[in-house]
Design a protein around this ligand. Structure first.
Ligand SMILES: CC(C)(COP(=O)(O)OP(=O)(O)OC[C@H]1O[C@@H](n2cnc3c(N)ncnc32)[C@H](O)[C@@H]1OP(=O)(O)O)[C@@H](O)C(=O)NCCC(=O)NCCS
Length: 187
């Protein structure tokens, strides 16, 4: 198992991304129980017990791998808005997924993109990942738009349990720049 360590806290102009605290649980439960939030996510809105199990899986992922899904706090209010971060998805276990889930009150202001850009830069920088994937269902147009704004492009569809998942993939700019620089050099 590869153990990589990333900072426990990242800041962007409007967000703090940090590791989780016990007092995050009520807001996390409310997020996962919201039908708007869960509309395109596998399964249905979560019960308290399901949300607690997810919180425990997120903690275990951090402990096992040294990186994971960050709790996202709004800098203006200190409120927990959701999560953004990295994890391994069972549907494509050979890749690292970048993912996000925010409360509707935070939507439509570019916050998911802002936080995800910081996580993407960490993944390609400190973690030296050569690719990232993002997984959704095609109907989740907001999430697909965030993927596009991160520079990711459609890669493939994957069947996972009863779902047909859409997978986007990105690679560091440096890897896409290399061939064009080589072409320029050849002119
Ligand atoms: C997906 C999610 C994180 C996006 O958060 P956000 O902070 O609103 O995202 P951003 O503001 O950074 O970007 C959203 C983009 O979607 C676009 N968008 C919003 N509603 C849209 C719609 N109905 N149709 C098309 N595009 C839409 C926005 O215009 C924006 O793109 P733009 O910057 O080019 O205008 C948020 O909606 C969410 O948490 N949803 C529920 C959980 C979820 O589905 N998570 C992803 C699972 S794969």
């Amino acid at each position: 198992m590869r153990l990589l360590r990333v900072p426990a806290r990242l800041t962007t102009p409007r967000l703090v991304l940090r590791t989780w605290r016990a007092e995050d649980r009520p807001a996390f439960t409310a997020l996962n129980a919201d039908p708007m939030v869960m509309e395109h996510i596998m399964g249905t809105p979560m019960s308290q017990a399901e949300s607690d199990q997810l919180a425990e899986r997120i903690d275990e992922h951090w402990q096992e791998r040294g990186y994971g899904l960050y709790a996202v706090e709004l800098r203006s209010t200190g409120e927990l808005a959701g999560f953004i971060g990295l994890h391994q998805h069972l549907a494509v276990p050979q890749e690292v997924e970048i993912g996000w889930r925010l409360a509707p009150s935070a939507w439509g202001r570019g916050l998911a993109t802002e936080g995800a850009m910081a996580v993407r830069d960490l993944a390609y920088g400190q973690l030296r990942l050569r690719s990232l994937i993002a997984i959704t269902v095609a109907a989740n147009v907001r999430s697909v738009r965030v993927m596009e704004k991160l520079g990711m492009t459609y890669w493939r569809q994957v069947r996972f349990q009863e779902w047909l998942l859409t997978v986007y993939r990105g690679i560091p700019d440096a890897m896409t720049d290399t061939p064009s620089q080589a072409r320029e050099g050849a002119r």
